[in-house]
Design a protein around this ligand. Structure first.
Ligand code: G
Ligand code: G
Ligand code: NA
Ligand code: MN
Length: 254
């Protein structure tokens, strides 16, 4: 693990990069958006995954700074694609510490205003349902204010937290991302299959969209489709890739 100070320097030195992983409608083939995933282009250690540095800053104010960098970068990229005639809604992972930031909604509003191509439905924020959403009423009101800006939320890794059902009940997130652990083992484990079926039913009952992450093989995709999961993300569709690779991927996917 890297130190907090080193991560601060990396932000100042512009060593972070965003990769993008497509999300598709597996029934129609439509590309519904991309998820921005941070990487650290470390001068000595090479390309580092988030697990190597995000845990160090979790719940630290630096996570807010990094989150704002990610948001700005992702919206810049959205705008660059839009200018090239490619409309790709983008989702960004945010640390729950943003909900403790008094001016979060105002700063989000300003960032969106800096990107006039971004309209309602173009930006989604993915929130891990496991970390620090304890004050559900407060988080719900912040989410509501963001939704008024046209920003949607996804509950990430859905089903792994202690309070999944309370979050589903109380948070105005339009999307559930069923955790990839359930998807990974669905072909061998009937209990995971049951969970996938149950969560799909819950999503339908609560009128939320649902996406399966970790779609690693075509067989996973076929099974998911048969179970009523239309949206998917995973290695069988596309790996996370640099922004510059997206146009070629779109071409090959068509
Ligand atoms: O890209 P990878 O699968 O290694 O990501 C691992 C984890 O890191 C995932 O849970 C993902 O949600 C999280 N993650 C990726 N990029 C970001 C980011 O920009 N901000 C935050 N807070 N989490 C991220
Ligand atoms: O949910 P979360 O944001 O943590 O997940 C995003 C991470 O999952 C990305 O960093 C990406 O590298 C990883 N990922 C994406 N698709 C797959 C997949 O099909 N299988 C596995 N094992 N990991 C995946
Ligand atoms: Na995510
Ligand atoms: Mn996830």
């Amino acid at each position: 693990h890297e130190s907090l100070e080193r991560i601060r320097d990396a932000l100042a030195n512009d060593e972070f990069v965003l990769y993008y992983q497509p999300k598709v409608n597996m029934a129609t083939g439509e590309v519904v958006g991309v998820e921005a995933l941070i990487r650290w282009q470390h001068p000595e250690r090479g390309l580092l995954a988030p697990a190597a540095f995000l845990p160090v800053i979790q719940q630290h104010p630096l996570a807010i700074e990094l989150g704002e960098w990610v948001l700005a970068k992702a919206l810049d990229q959205f705008t660059a694609w839009a200018s090239a005639g490619i409309h790709l809604p983008v989702s960004v992972n945010i640390d729950a510490i943003h909900f403790q930031q008094a001016d979060f909604v105002e700063r989000l509003r300003a960032e969106i205003a800096r990107h006039p191509d971004v309209v309602s439905g173009d930006l989604m924020l993915e929130v891990l349902e496991t970390n620090a959403l304890e004050d559900v009423a407060h988080v719900a009101s912040v989410m509501k204010a963001c939704r008024a800006l046209g920003v949607d939320f996804a509950l990430d890794d859905f089903g792994t937290g202690y309070s999944s059902l309370a979050y589903l009940r109380h948070l105005p997130a339009s999307m559930l991302k069923i955790d990839r652990s359930f998807v990974r083992d669905m072909l061998d484990d009937p209990e995971d299959l049951t969970i996938l079926e149950g969560v799909r039913g819950l999503a339908a009952a609560f009128r939320r969209d649902i996406i399966a992450e970790g779609v690693e093989t075509v067989l996973h995709g076929r099974m998911l489709l048969a179970m009523g999961y239309q949206l998917g993300q995973g290695y069988a569709i596309a790996r996370p890739m640099p922004a510059k690779s997206i146009p070629d991927w779109l071409e090959s996917w068509r």
